[in-house]
Design a protein around this ligand. Structure first.
Ligand SMILES: Cc1cc2nc3c(=O)[nH]c(=O)nc-3n(C[C@H](O)[C@H](O)[C@H](O)COP(=O)(O)OP(=O)(O)OC[C@H]3O[C@@H](n4cnc5c(N)ncnc54)[C@H](O)[C@@H]3O)c2cc1C
Length: 398
């Protein structure tokens, strides 16, 4: 059950005579989860999106991986990821009850592997860092790895188990959130927002993913990720999420109950969503190096999505400078699925109580400095220089 008194009024923002208490721009997982939490507390909520669920979430793998995604220099972010992942089991159960829809949440855990000795050396540096943070990373010998997942290549030199890194199906998640929001009394308007000034709500939440830049001037940039969907004949021959280094290439394989396996992903500083043969080749080579049987699976989809990236890879959460009635909930980059529960709770609490949770402090728009201006910019400026060149792959997997 959700807490909060029905009919609660927002504690700040305008007090609209007409129009909703809360307008949410963007019906991806972040906007919808905030809308659901607010509507369930009795607020009048309207969500605007011409194509709900069509943003980064449509391409996302759905790994809930605060341990495997704990990277050097991202300490604050790791704390928020860990907090949100801990909320996921209850969130999934509550959402399933509210929507009558299964989100595909699975808790078998994640195996992190290295194919060659060089791959293993790179992976071990990261695991040592993660263990140093107190995160649960259990090293496994090759025989122990294959006991857990016989489908792994016998060439795999070693690995580690992250039992708290789970997964969910992002497309099912969005569908469930949409139903739960509408059942709680929220309204979805299938139209884009071009100017925040056109909205009459007491509080506006900008949860438009990459679209937030054009609306707010916040430094959110698209980071392209190409990803594949395969289908096993029957259930996939492995149950854990498998993330690996294979001859220097990073890849993950995410098995779903229905036989689908998501293989991803590139990370490119580009704004297009073209699928390239080179990326497909690299992803499939790395995936089949780690789990040879996937070469027999059907290739059912190849697509690219645009992650809403920020200068420090962390989300932007809270009021825009000088505009307390406009809250940002964007810039979730590689982590928007895992961060959905905590983002929704923190933003809905802020709206209802008027008091920011201390967890929000490291993620305010102000931290990004004067560049995080509240002035709208043109869509063209927000997209960056035309024809931006790709960079080499970053150390990211989502
Ligand atoms: C290949 C890939 C793999 C990923 N894997 C993972 C993963 O395993 N785990 C994880 O946690 N994260 C993952 N991510 C990241 C995750 O998908 C994003 O962080 C997440 O989708 C962000 O959610 P969002 O709701 O903020 O934005 P989005 O999902 O991008 O949704 C934004 C919505 O806003 C709408 N919108 C935009 N502009 C406007 C406007 N002006 N008016 C109205 N509506 C507007 C769009 O139509 C869209 O529906 C992955 C991303 C990619 C691309």
């Amino acid at each position: 059950m959700l807490t909060g008194a029905p009919g609660a009024a927002p504690k700040f923002g305008r007090n609209p005579q007409h129009g909703p208490d809360v307008a949410v721009v963007g019906a991806g997982p972040i906007g919808l989860a905030i809308a659901w939490r607010c509507a369930a507390r009795g607020l009048r909520v309207v969500v605007y999106d011409p194509a709900p669920g069509s943003g980064a979430a449509h391409a996302a793998a759905g790994m809930l991986a605060p341990v495997a995604e704990a990277y050097f220099g991202e300490h604050e972010l790791t704390g928020l990821l860990t907090e949100s992942a801990a909320r996921w089991p209850a969130f999934a159960a509550e959402l399933a009850a509210a929507s009558g829809t299964d989100t595909g949440y699975r808790g078998e855990g994640t195996l992190m592997v290295g194919l060659t000795a060089d791959d293993l050396a790179v992976a071990r540096r990261l695991w040592a860092y993660q263990q140093g943070l107190g995160l649960p990373v259990t090293p496994l010998r090759p025989s122990e790895l294959r006991d857990r997942e016989p489908a792994l290549s016998p060439r795999t030199r070693g690995g580690a188990y992250a039992g708290t890194d789970h997964q969910v199906d992002p497309r099912r998640l969005v569908a469930a959130l949409r139903t739960a929001t509408e059942r709680a009394g929220g309204t979805l308007v299938p139209a884009p927002v071009h100017r925040l000034a056109d909205l009459t709500a007491g509080i506006t939440v900008v949860a438009a993913g990459c679209g937030a830049a054009a609306l707010t001037g916040l430094p959110v940039r698209p980071v392209k990720g190409q990803v594949l969907r395969l289908r096993a004949p029957g259930a996939p021959g492995f149950r854990h999420v498998i993330r690996g280094f294979a001859d220097g290439e990073q890849v993950y394989l995410v098995p779903r109950e229905d036989g689908e396996v998501v293989v991803g992903a590139t990370s490119e500083e580009r704004t297009d969503t073209t699928v390239t043969s080179g990326a497909v080749l690299r992803l499939l080579r790395a995936a089949t190096d780690l789990v040879p049987e996937v070469a027999e699976y059907e290739l059912i989809e190849a697509l690219a999505g645009l992650r809403p990236g920020t200068p420090d890879n962390a989300p932007i959460l809270g009021p825009l400078p000088g505009r307390p009635a406009v809250l940002a909930a964007t810039g979730h980059h590689r982590h928007g699925i895992v961060l959905t529960p905590v983002t929704a709770d923190l933003i809905a609490d802020l709206i209802v109580t008027g008091t920011p949770d201390p967890l929000l402090a490291p993620f305010t728009p102000e931290r990004l400095g004067p560049a995080a201006s509240s002035q709208p910019v043109t869509a063209a400026a927000a997209r960056g220089p035309a024809g931006a060149r790709p960079t080499t792959q970053e150390e990211s997997w989502n």
